[in-house]
Write a protein of this length. Sequence first.
Length: 177
Amino acid sequence: MIKTHLGVGGDTITELVARQADDGVELLEEIDDIDGDLADEAQAASVIRLVNELLIEALELNTTDLHIEPQEHGLRVRYRIDGMLRPPPVPPEINQFYSSIVTRLKIMSRLNIAERRLPQDGRIKLRIRGREIDVRVSIIPMIHGEAVVLRLLDKGRKVFDLVKSGCPMRSSRSSMN
């Protein structure tokens, strides 16, 4: 019920479970050990679970891009679905986890967690509920913090041919132009 009204992470944030949940997300590459308070906070089970929830929901909605953007008065999360950026409902409490979410994504993609003034690009290989996903990560410095854009590339996603799907050749050519 909480997820219906608050969207992604609603149950995660209210519970703040102190254990790693078996949510079907598996990192396919090793993460280097990083010392520091922020790195420790980013490795907390609740933050890991919150990031996993974001990725799972994005995949379930056939999202191609996941945007996490700091704003003056909070955090904005948006999914690119069918070419349109759509904001999922997120609880306002997610704002307190912003820096931990960004640090967690930097650690997963082997980026420099101390660098906040320069753009960074990386990648993550995941298995989410049995599906192999390549995630391209872009971190962009902005006025109110760092924006994160995740491009989700599902290796199992099928590419459809317009002609084979029954679309007339003339229509498929005009669609491609």
